[in-house]
Design a protein. Structure first.
Ligand code: PEP
Length: 251
């Protein structure tokens, strides 16, 4: 059975002390969220160690926002999957559109990153999603299918137990413009169908697919009510513990 997950992507926000306070506020309210909903906070790499201390022994999971496509060595400034795992984090986001857009993240690199993350025991939150131009050109299915298949073709049904997919239309991220629940559901169902084609119906049914893009307390309920939307990857609204928790209570 797939899980309902609400994950907060803090991006490059908060200093370490601010992040620790935010994590404490999330932990303090986590008990209000139904036990069937898994909460995850994805923090900047600098925050992972102190936030791991805050979430230890609580139901709140911890994720990095990225990891390197190389195992170790002379790659100044990079943070390896093993390093992420050694902080106590259990997940990493990979392939966020901001990384694809600003840091040259390719599907080929994502294959290496995903492999290293899984090998180091991390769950992967793999982001896919089309740009505004691609949607307006009617290419959204094609783009999302390619992003999904280009990476997942290299992985097995067993690997899929540790891979979560986040559908994040780029035009909805940080813009205040949410995909309608129908637009999101249409792509989620399509991703599930794509997974069924590659891995079979059981894997497709068991894979958690999150929606991301200006998800907030006012629209989460409608989105999460859709059969193929299993939760959210939350950016801006995850920086306020009350909003983040209110989103998680929208199931
Ligand atoms: C994100 O970047 O993952 C995201 C969904 O951002 P926002 O909620 O701010 O649109």
């Amino acid at each position: 059975m797939r899980k309902n997950i609400v994950a907060g992507n803090w991006k490059m926000n908060t200093t370490v002390p601010e992040g620790v306070e935010l994590a404490k506020a999330v932990v303090a309210k986590a008990g209000e969220v139904p036990a069937s909903v898994k909460l995850i906070v994805a923090t900047p790499a600098t925050h992972l160690v102190p936030v791991a201390e805050v979430v230890k022994g609580t139901p709140v999971g911890l994720s990095a926002e990225n990891c390197a496509d190389k195992e170790k060595g002379a790659y100044t400034g990079e943070i390896s999957a093993a390093m992420v795992a050694s902080t106590g984090a259990q997940y990493t986001i990979l392939g966020h559109s901001e990384r694809r857009q600003y840091y040259g993240e390719t599907d080929a690199k994502l294959v290496d990153k995903t492999r290293l993350a899984l090998d180091n025991g991390l769950g992967v939150i793999l982001c896919v999603g089309e740009s505004l131009e691609e949607r307006e050109a009617g290419k959204h299915f094609e783009v999302v299918e390619a992003q999904t298949v280009n990476v997942l073709a290299h992985f097995t049904a067993e690997d899929m137990k540790n891979i979560i997919i986040a559908y994040e239309p780029v035009w909805a991220i940080g813009t205040g413009k949410t995909a309608t629940a129908e637009q999101a559901e249409e792509i989620h169902a399509f991703i599930r169908k794509t997974l069924a084609g590659k891995f079979g119906a059981q894997v497709a049914d068991d894979t958690t697919i999150l929606y991301g893009g200006s998800c907030k307390p006012s629209n989460a309920k409608e989105l999460f009510a859709k059969p193929d939307i299993d939760g959210g990857l939350i950016g801006g609204a995850a920086l306020k513990a009350d909003d983040f928790i209110a989103i998680a209570m929208s199931f």
